[in-house]
Design a protein around this ligand. Structure first.
Ligand code: COA
Length: 320
C-alpha cells in the first residue's frame, strides 16, 4: 500500500493580549464598523516581548505532539513557515528544535508568506512519502505586529500574531492522509504585497506594503482555480468536501470561495473575526480549533487553500 502522510496532531498558540477594533481606532483613523464590514475582523492577538516567533511556534508544536501522542524524540524534521523569523539565522525552526529538546534530525524556515503552511505541508508530504523523514512538524508562526506600519490604516487593522502546528507521520489506513497538494507562484506580482527590510527581534524591521484591491482581485480568481484543481486531480465533486479551512485574510474572500464550492457557511472554518490575518499561522490555527472542538472528525474531507505575498498560492486536500 502506498505511504500516505497522516495529520496525526494539531496545536495552537495565541498571544495573551487581545486588541479590539475600538482599541485600534484610538491609534489610527478607523472604526469598528469599517473594519468589520470590509474584512469581518473584530479583534486580533498581538505578541508581547516574550512571545517570539520561536516561543509561539514551540508552544504550538508541543500541542501538536501532545495531540498526536508523540514525543520530541519522534521528530525527524521541523519545517517552520514564517515571514517574521526572530533572526536571519539560525532558522527559527532550529530555535524551536532546541526549545523542544529535539537533538537530532533537521529543520529549516520556509518563506512563502500567507501560503507558507500549504507549502510546508507539501514539502513535508514529499519527505515522508520518499522515506526521508517519518515524524515531521509543520509550523506556521508569525509576529506581523513587528512588521506593521502602525500609521497605515490600510494594513495595520488586518493582521494579528499567533502560531499553529501539525505533526505528520506516515500512515495510509482507510484512505486517510494528504491526498494532494498544489503549489503556485507568480513572482511578477511581487510588488502588490511585500515587506522591505530585514528581520530581527530588536531592530526596526521593514514594514508591510500592500495594494489591497489588487490582492483581493487575484485572491478571488486564483483561489477559485486552485480549489477546482485539487478536486479535479482527485476525481472528486465539490459536494464531497466536508470542510473548507481557508487562509484567514478577509471574510469576503473566504465567503467567495465557500460559495464557489457550494458549501453552507457552517462547513467553512472561520477564525478571521477573532485572529485577523496571521499569515502562515492562520490555517493551522483554524484547523486546530475545528479539530479540537470536534467539528472536524476522522475521515472528513478537508480542503485548505491560501494566497499570499509572492504572489504564492496553493491548496492541500486531506482525508483527516
Ligand atoms: N479604516 C477606515 N477607512 C479605511 C481604512 C480603515 N482601516 N483603510 C482604508 N480606508 C479607506 C481608504 O482610505 C479609502 O478611502 P477613500 O475612498 O477616501 O480613498 C476607502 O477606505 C476604500 O479603500 P479601499 O482600499 O478601496 O477599500 P476596500 O474595500 O478595497 O477594502 C481591504 C480594503 C484592504 C480591506 C481589501 O482591499 C482587502 O481585503 N484586500 C485584500 C487584502 C488581503 O487579503 N491581504 C492579505 C492577503 S494574504
Amino acid at each position: 500500500m502506498a505511504i500516505r502522510t497522516l495529520l496525526a496532531g494539531v496545536g495552537a498558540y495565541l498571544p495573551e493580549r487581545v486588541v479590539t477594533n475600538d482599541d485600534l481606532a484610538l491609534r489610527v483613523d478607523t472604526s469598528d464598523a469599517w473594519i468589520r464590514e470590509r474584512t469581518g475582523i473584530r479583534q486580533r492577538h498581538l505578541a508581547g516581548p516574550h512571545e517570539t516567533c520561536a516561543h509561539m511556534g514551540a508552544e504550538a508544536a508541543r500541542g501538536a505532539l501532545r495531540d498526536a501522542g508523540a514525543e520530541p524524540a519522534d521528530v525527524d524534521a521541523i519545517i517552520l513557515a514564517t515571514s517574521t523569523p526572530d533572526q536571519a539565522f539560525p532558522a527559527t525552526a532550529l530555535r524551536v528544535q532546541a526549545e523542544l529538546g529535539v537533538d537530532r534530525g533537521f529543520g529549516f524556515d520556509l518563506s512563502a508568506a500567507c501560503s507558507g503552511f500549504i507549502y510546508g505541508l507539501s514539502v513535508a508530504d514529499a519527505l515522508i512519502r520518499t522515506g526521508q523523514a517519518r515524524g515531521v512538524l509543520v509550523i506556521g508562526s508569525e509576529v506581523y505586529s513587528r512588521i506593521m506600519d502602525w500609521q497605515d490604516r490600510g494594513t495595520c487593522v488586518l493582521f494579528g500574531d499567533g502560531a499553529g502546528a501539525v505533526f505528520l507521520r506516515p500512515g495510509g489506513e482507510a484512505g486517510r492522509g494528504i491526498l494532494s497538494t498544489h503549489l503556485h507562484a507568480q513572482g511578477s506580482l511581487g510588488d502588490i504585497l511585500y515587506v522591505d527590510g530585514s528581520v530581527g527581534r530588536h531592530d526596526r524591521p521593514g514594514t508591510l506594503a500592500m495594494n489591497g484591491r489588487e490582492v483581493f482581485r487575484h485572491a478571488v480568481v486564483k483561489l477559485a482555480q486552485v480549489v477546482d484543481q485539487a478536486l479535479k486531480a482527485n476525481g472528486l465533486e465539490r459536494s464531497a468536501v466536508d470542510w473548507l479551512v481557508p487562509h484567514q485574510a478577509n471574510l469576503r474572500i473566504i465567503d467567495a470561495v465557500g460559495r464557489k464550492l457550494g458549501l453552507p457557511p457552517e462547513r467553512v472554518v472561520v477564525t478571521v473575526d477573532r485572529h485577523a490575518n496571521t499569515s502562515a499561522a492562520s490555517i493551522p490555527l483554524a484547523l486546530a480549533e475545528a479539530a479540537t472542538d470536534g467539528r472536524i472528525r476522522r475521515g472528513d474531507l478537508v480542503l485548505m487553500e491560501a494566497l499570499g505575498g509572492g504572489l504564492t498560492w496553493g491548496s492541500a486536500l486531506v482525508r483527516y
